[in-house]
Design a protein around this ligand. Sequence first.
Ligand SMILES: Nc1ncnc2c1ncn2[C@@H]1O[C@H](COP(=O)(O)OP(=O)(O)OP(=O)(O)O)[C@@H](O)[C@H]1O
Length: 299
Amino acid sequence: MTTDTTTKGTTATGETVLDARGVTMRFGGLTAVRNVNLTVNSGEIVGLIGPNGAGKTTFFNCLTGLYIPTEGEVRYKGQVLPPKSFKVTAAGIARTFQNIRLFANMTVLENVLVGRHTRTKEGLWSALLRGPGFHKAEAASRERAMELLEFVGLDAKAEHLARNLPYGEQRKLEIARALASEPGLLLLDEPTAGMNPQETRATEELVFAIRDKGIAVLVIEHDMRFIFNLCDRVAVLVQGEKLVEGDSATVQGDERVVAAYLGEPFEDAPGKEEVAEVEAAEAHAEASTDAAPGKENDR
Ligand SMILES: Nc1ncnc2c1ncn2[C@@H]1O[C@H](COP(=O)(O)OP(=O)(O)OP(=O)(O)O)[C@@H](O)[C@H]1O
């Protein structure tokens, strides 16, 4: 079923950042992801699309240590990933979630600082004793967090509570928090869900800017315009399997992708001829009813 028509995007620079091989995830009798291979190279933005329930988020969870794949292997820069999400983050993969997961009662800045914990060396005792090492590390973290907030356009709201941000800004904050772990690969799960067209456009620009900073991106999205504008390469999952992979034009023009989204016509669905036959029979029946004697009496 799997067809690879991979073409290299113009911005792809070669090094394989993510290499998922034969990833399968079963939940009891349900195979949510079946034997999926996917690579992301440095400098690339890769899209993962598919109808609802196709297995996209499950695949993301297999990449980020939230699930241990039933079969298969995931490598980041050549190293097999440990099956724990905090270790995956420490290795260099960060993600955002389909349902925003911020600390609602913390400030915008604090949320980003939380995202930096995998990159700070200062331990618990240092934090409790608040020695000079702690203060230095904290100052450096705050500076970096502010840079990231500026990057996503939220620096002016650093002291606002996360819960008071409009929805589109909460999504930006999630991205800033993910970037705080200084990843080499960023996974975005439906980053434009619930956004208006302007916010979606701004998110597109933000993802390009992230890629330009040397971070590879893998993105799940239902907004096809966003995906096809953005991605060097797009993989299509259908019922847990990779159906097609290629550049935007290849994927858009593939009849199997259209069929997967719109649904195949029923095998016995009426064709044009059958429809014409039925219409002719109905017209005939109507004409004979009009000409029937009882009809004249009704007038
Ligand atoms: N923890 C789980 N236990 C059992 N089944 C699950 C679990 N997580 C996902 N599934 C099932 O796996 C299949 C794939 O779900 P998944 O959420 O990965 O799809 P998706 O492509 O991300 O869908 P959507 O676009 O709607 O978010 C679905 O049938 C779903 O019900």
